[in-house]
Design a protein around this ligand. Structure first.
Ligand code: PLP
Length: 408
């Protein structure tokens, strides 16, 4: 039986319920509890005429195949369960999964460029590699960078996409999705919702046409699976499926299995980590070693702060917290965006987007908050590697150190 042969639930269900049941509604009927993991690359069929008709149907429409899959680059039942579940969590009609967040963004850009709409309007900051992909025009697209207020004026007849991240990586700057969607008119708005997750924000409900996730982060949640996904309307999903089939950036079924499992704990993970993050922000805000704290209005488990001292000393000084790029795992990670996640963005562009050389980004995990604070505070006091720096006069940092959403 096709994993997608069930309709949406009759009674609307809360997010926490969808997280553990969406994509699994048919299991009890199949006599199963855990979702099956289908690793097949191909599927037997004795009726080649019927296969021909199904392939024609997919080639012309991009609609999901009825019945068993044909070949794993076209469709996979385990991955389809993850897609169904994420679509439900985001309140979207459909979702299409890819090998990574960057493969997902590439597919969106190709989908628009393939329709002759090669121009993209984008708001900085974006994740470093998203910035790089757009700025270099590697896929033949052309970008105009602007702030949210400039989006309407930046749109041209050949604009195929407006892209924003909110809260943005790594400054946690927020954009008003509803206002942006209004500025876009008929041009699709793509929101990278990797940081907020559908637990904190559902951009489709605010007018976004498509939502992008690096599933590698919170959706997987354990730092052991890479993936990407786009939640959107069925019409856009059909184009994305055709691109995925033709270009091959498919999500591996084992990754799909782990991501579906990750979704079931997403709400509890995000809520628990966000509570610890808010507590750390509260302490950092009055800490004289900290020049500025960035934390979005909607909350979340990502925090960023600028230090008076050398950020490299903090990275070198953590013991419990892991000094590593990426985010959204059960354990706490810290990194220096100017050296790592946003290194690939030109220095001037990085700085003007608010990514200061003193900025550290931390993904708060599920450890006890007192243990985290103990490690962070000792790392902040780590002996400087170079000559001592001037410390701020007592109280001088306070007005600036109030936690607040960073403006763009
Ligand atoms: C990591 C990340 C990406 C890229 O995702 P990959 O899975 O690493 O390809 C895109 N957007 C944001 C906000 C990210 O943090």
């Amino acid at each position: 039986m096709d994993a997608m042969d069930y309709g949406p639930s009759v009674t609307p269900r809360a997010l926490a319920t969808e997280a553990v049941h969406a994509g699994r509604d048919d299991l009890a009927g199949l006599g199963l509890h855990a979702p099956p993991l289908d690793l097949s690359t191909t599927y037997p069929s004795y009726d080649a005429r019927a296969e021909a008709a199904r392939i024609d149907e997919f080639a012309t429409t991009g609609a999901r195949l009825e019945g068993p899959p044909v070949y794993a680059r076209l469709d996979n039942p385990t991955v389809a369960r993850f897609e169904e579940a994420l679509a439900r969590l985001e309140g979207a009609e459909a979702a299409v999964a890819f090998a990574s967040g960057m493969a997902a963004l590439s597919a969106v850009l190709l989908a628009r460029a393939g329709q002759g709409l090669r121009h993209v309007v984008a708001v900085r900051p974006l994740y470093g590699c998203s910035d790089h992909l757009l700025d270099t025009g590697l896929l033949g697209t052309e970008v105009t960078w602007t702030d949210p207020a400039g989006v309407a004026d930046a749109i041209r007849p050949d604009t195929g996409l407006v892209m924003v991240e909110t809260p943005a990586n790594p400054t946690l700057a927020e954009a008003d999705v509803r206002a942006l969607a209004h500025s876009c008119g008929s041009v699709p708005l793509l929101v990278d919702n990797t940081f907020a997750t559908p637990v904190l924000q559902r951009p489709v409900e605010q007018g976004a046409r498509a939502v992008l996730h690096s599933a590698t982060k919170y959706l997987g949640g354990h730092g052991d699976v890479m993936g990407g996904i786009v939640a959107c309307d069925e019409e856009f999903a059909r184009t994305l499926r055709q691109i995925r089939f033709a270009t091959g950036g498919v999500l591996h079924p084992l990754a799909g299995y782990l991501l579906l499992r990750g979704l079931s704990t997403l709400p509890v993970r995000v809520k628990a980590a966000s509570a610890s993050a808010a507590e750390l922000v509260r302490r950092l805000a009055t800490d004289p070693r900290i020049a500025r704290v960035h934390y979005p209005r909607i909350g979340g488990a990502m925090i960023a702060f600028e230090v008076y001292g050398d950020p490299h000393d903090v990275i070198a000084g953590v013991r419990l917290i892991t000094p590593a790029v990426s985010l959204g795992s059960v354990d706490t990670l810290i990194q220096h965006p100017a050296s790592i996640s946003h290194r690939i963005v030109a220095e001037g562009d990085r700085r003007s987007a608010g990514v200061s050389d003193r900025l550290l980004r931390m993904s708060v995990g599920l450890e006890d908050v007192e243990d985290l604070w103990r490690d962070l505070t000792q790392a902040l006091s780590a002996p400087p590697a170079g000559p001592p720096r001037a410390t701020a006069p007592a109280g001088a940092g306070l007005p600036d150190a109030t936690p607040r959403p960073a403006g763009r």
